[in-house]
Ligand binder design. Structure first.
Ligand SMILES: [Zn+2]
Length: 188
């Protein structure tokens, strides 16, 4: 299978979601070593969950497949599968020398350009490459305003659409101290 077949499968999932009334026209396929590892589709209308986007669903399924023994993984098997630590590439701006493997080596195909939430999930997943069909402008034209979030992020905090401000930084620091003072903490 190649690019076109993977994108066609993402579009099939998107169309299925629309026809069943499950959600918007968004479907996703994650591939590994040339094969489909996981699929996802928008199910916001089915679940009422605003985070039930195709990309997030596909990432969660891919992780479940690669970590069949989760959730015990954090306690018993820190170096298995997606939590295995691998060196950062030469020239990486990352301050840590190694990170968890997550979905390195995978490719994501999605029918519409990822929203910021999904794009962020893709960064956390360390997916290598993203291919999208429709762009953000086309998404905006059919009534899904993903683009405004990208625009909002560029503004200072006090001009954002959602009120966000820092309070009691000393309390936030308590949680961070719990991490930094844990001698066996496992970076990811
Ligand atoms: Zn999304």
């Amino acid at each position: 299978m190649g690019h076109k077949e993977f994108m066609a499968e993402a579009v099939r999932l998107a169309t299925e979601s629309v026809e069943n009334g499950w959600g918007g026209p968004f479907g996703t396929v994650i591939t590994m070593n040339g094969d489909i590892l996981a699929r996802g589709q928008n199910r916001v209308l089915l679940t009422g969950d605003p985070t039930a986007h195709g990309e997030v669903e596909a990432i969660r399924k891919a992780i479940q497949i690669l970590n069949p023994h989760a959730p015990s993984i954090a306690q018993d098997n820190n170096n298995a599968s997606t939590l295995e630590l691998v060196p950062r590439p030469e020239g990486s701006p990352d301050p840590l020398p190694e990170r968890a493997r997550m979905l390195m080596g995978c490719t994501l195909y999605t029918s519409g350009a990822p929203c910021p939430m999904c794009m962020s999930a893709i960064y956390w997943s360390r997916i290598d490459t993203v291919y999208f069909g429709a762009d953000l402008e086309a998404t905006r034209k059919i009534g899904f305003d993903d683009a405004f979030q990208y625009e909002d992020f560029r503004k200072p905090l006090d001009q954002r659409r959602i009120r966000i401000e820092q309070i009691h930084p000393e309390l936030g620091a308590e949680a961070y101290n719990a991490w930094t003072s844990k001698p066996d903490n496992h970076p990811y």
